[in-house]
Design a protein around this ligand. Structure first.
Ligand SMILES: CC(C)(COP(=O)(O)OP(=O)(O)OC[C@H]1O[C@@H](n2cnc3c(N)ncnc32)[C@H](O)[C@@H]1OP(=O)(O)O)[C@@H](O)C(=O)NCCC(=O)NCCS
Length: 134
């Protein structure tokens, strides 16, 4: 079943802050990129998945110092050499124990060979992923 799964958790530190005491957007992008890269690698069983594309990014709510940010993902599509993931960062509220979406996007990662050229994802993995997103 293609449900959202937790990939990583980050804590917003003072060194991550930009304007208006909010988390700097570029830091959030690097968190989401790294989380997506690890998920793409795990899904495709390849350590050589590189970021090709990031779709529209929505910074829905500000993130402040000491906020705990959980990054979730699910597979949106699979190609011959690429995988598309929907990624969502959620802030965990310790008082209500609820999560609120703070940032979301869709990203495309490509499997590459040692020369940096696109390379097909193993057929056995593609089949499993295709089955899981039906
Ligand atoms: C990733 C990279 C090797 C792809 O090169 P390419 O010449 O486009 O390769 P291909 O034409 O074989 O395409 C590879 C896959 O990407 C897809 N793709 C390429 N351009 C695309 C685009 N603009 N939008 C969506 N998908 C695209 C292709 O459809 C293909 O998918 P598939 O095999 O699943 O069908 C190359 O673009 C690259 O090295 N980019 C830099 C990556 C990088 O450094 N990332 C770090 C961030 S700075």
């Amino acid at each position: 079943m293609n449900t959202m799964r937790l990939i990583s958790t980050k804590i917003c530190k003072t060194s991550d802050i930009g304007i208006n005491n909010n988390l700097f957007g570029g830091i959030m992008l690097s968190w989401v990129d790294e989380a997506g890269g690890t998920m793409a690698a795990e899904e495709c069983c390849s350590p050589n998945m590189i970021t090709l594309k990031m779709d529209e990014v929505l910074f829905k709510l500000p993130v402040k110092v000491n906020d705990h940010i959980r990054i979730y993902g699910h597979v949106a599509g699979i190609g011959k050499s690429s995988i598309s993931l929907f990624l969502e960062a959620k802030r965990f509220n310790f008082d209500t124990r609820k999560e609120e979406s703070v940032c979301s996007t869709k990203m495309l990662f490509v499997n590459v060979d040692k020369y940096g050229k696109s390379k097909p994802i193993a057929e056995s993995r593609r089949k499993i992923i295709l089955e899981s997103i039906k």
